[in-house]
Ligand binder design. Structure first.
Ligand code: NAI
Ligand code: 2OP
Length: 398
């Protein structure tokens, strides 16, 4: 058995002869349609469509009395694009993850495990990387119990038809680097990916993960020209989760029992309003002293660098992937949970119009509303200061 990929189709001259046992990837079929390449079943094996019937007939002959004719287990072909799909599958959207590195691969896994999508498409410029990771993740489907197909490609065109996109393409930090050290190299990548998104997935909601987060989210908005509601950045979900997890280390409560927000920037201007940090409704400031809380806020702000320093190569990916998948989950399920999301401010909280982490509600088509929290004057001032700094950095992008 061989796997017939889009590349095989591209190299074929008008016709590609495959064996009935070969697996033709959905992308290869699509590419064949686009290029007018005929896929002909030939070679030693019987045509694919006949194989199950032959198998069933043999089984009947061997074991009498004949078993009632039951539907064969769904073949992989059943879920390929173009084939008739069961209603519950057909109704499900597709999600694409661009960048099959650490964050991208883990995000694809989280999204597939949600089992809410028709397919998760993973794309990376490195040949074979996305396809290999997709196949590896799919091999675990029987154990995890999901039937969201996972496909991989090195062609950005594979994002076509995706309702949601998570963009993780870009360089990660190395020890000693700040997120802004990544600006130039990642801006080029975001320009390339953004142009493909605009052309191939013009109706998608995009969640940007690539750093520096606010600048890259802004750039994605500019390159795609999408409405602000459909271009969001992932950072606050992660930073708030880091804060909650670190608070839990004091022993006051379990991580999930702690509520908190992380607003502002994914960097030095991160704002964690303690006026909205609580344990099962009880203000955290009543449970922990000021010095302890201040130290946790600082550690949260530096958590990305702390992980980079320990890893010595690359940056955090499990919790970032969890966070990006949580945003997509909120959209696809219409979960009313308030999440901290990098959005275009349009003056909310009295800030300048820029990209900033703010509490938001998400829905199937992206941002539904920015939530107005009653902040203390010092928290509000910090948030407005963060917006000013980010706006300066965005201006410097040119
Ligand atoms: P990684 O290096 O493991 O993966 C990045 C992948 O992007 C690579 O496989 C690379 O081949 C691919 N890529 C590069 N250019 C591409 C293009 N034009 N099209 C498709 N794929 C392309 O890096 P990792 O750890 O996955 O991090 C990815 C990005 O996410 C980094 O910029 C990192 O700083 C950022 N990040 C952001 C977080 C946040 O909270 N917003 C948290 C963690 C990471
Ligand atoms: C993080 O905070 C590197 O932004 C990434 O882990």
């Amino acid at each position: 058995m061989s796997v017939i990929t889009a590349r095989d189709v591209e190299q074929a001259k008008g016709e590609l002869v495959v064996s009935s046992r070969d697996v033709v990837t959905p992308l290869a079929r699509e590419r064949a349609r686009d290029l007018g390449v005929a896929l002909r079943v030939g070679g030693a094996h019987a045509p694919a469509a006949q194989a199950p019937k032959v198998e069933l007939a043999r089984q009947r002959a061997r074991s009498e009395p004949a078993k009632p004719e039951v539907a064969l287990p769904p073949s992989a072909a059943l879920y390929r694009r173009g084939a008739p799909l069961p209603a519950h599958v057909a109704a499900r959207p597709r999600v694409a993850v661009v960048g099959a590195g650490h964050v991208g691969a883990s995000t694809a896994q989280r999204l597939a495990e949600l089992d809410r999508f028709d397919a998760v498409t993973l794309v990376d410029v490195v040949p074979g990387l996305a396809a290999g990771i997709a196949l590896d993740l799919w091999h675990g489907a029987a154990l995890r119990g999901f039937d969201t197909r996972i496909e991989g490609s090195d062609d950005l065109g594979a994002i076509a038809g995706a309702a949601y996109l998570v963009v993780t393409a870009g360089k990660p930090r190395q020890p000693g680097m700040s997120r802004t050290d990544l600006t130039n190299v990642n801006a080029e990548i975001i320009r390339t990916v953004g142009a493909a998104v605009r052309a191939k997935a013009p109706d998608a909601v995009v969640v940007v993960v690539t750093n520096p987060l606010e600048e890259m989210t802004h750039l994605m908005g500019e390159v795609t020209g999408f409405p602000a509601e459909r271009v969001l950045g992932m950072a606050g979900v992660l930073d708030a989760s880091r804060f909650r997890s670190l608070v839990a280390l004091t022993g006051v409560a379990r991580p999930a029992e702690i509520s908190a927000h992380a607003l502002g920037s994914h960097g030095p201007e991160m704002v964690i309003p303690l006026s909205h940090a609580s344990v099962r409704g009880e203000p955290l400031e009543r449970l922990l002293d000021t010095a302890t809380l201040g130290a946790i806020v600082e550690r949260t702000r530096d958590s990305g660098a702390e992980v980079v320093k320990l890893l010595q190569k690359g940056s955090a990916y499990f919790s970032p992937a969890e966070s990006a998948a949580r945003m997509i989950r909120a959209m696809v399920t219409g979960d009313p949970e308030v999440l901290d999301v990098c959005v275009r401010t349009r003056g909310a909280y009295g800030t300048v119009d820029t990209r900033l982490g703010l509490p938001a509600r998400l829905g199937p088509t992206g941002l539904v509303a920015i939530e107005e929290l009653a902040l203390r004057p010092n928290e509000l001032a910090a948030l407005r200061g963060a917006a000013e700094r980010i706006a300066e950095r965005i201006r410097a992008l040119g």
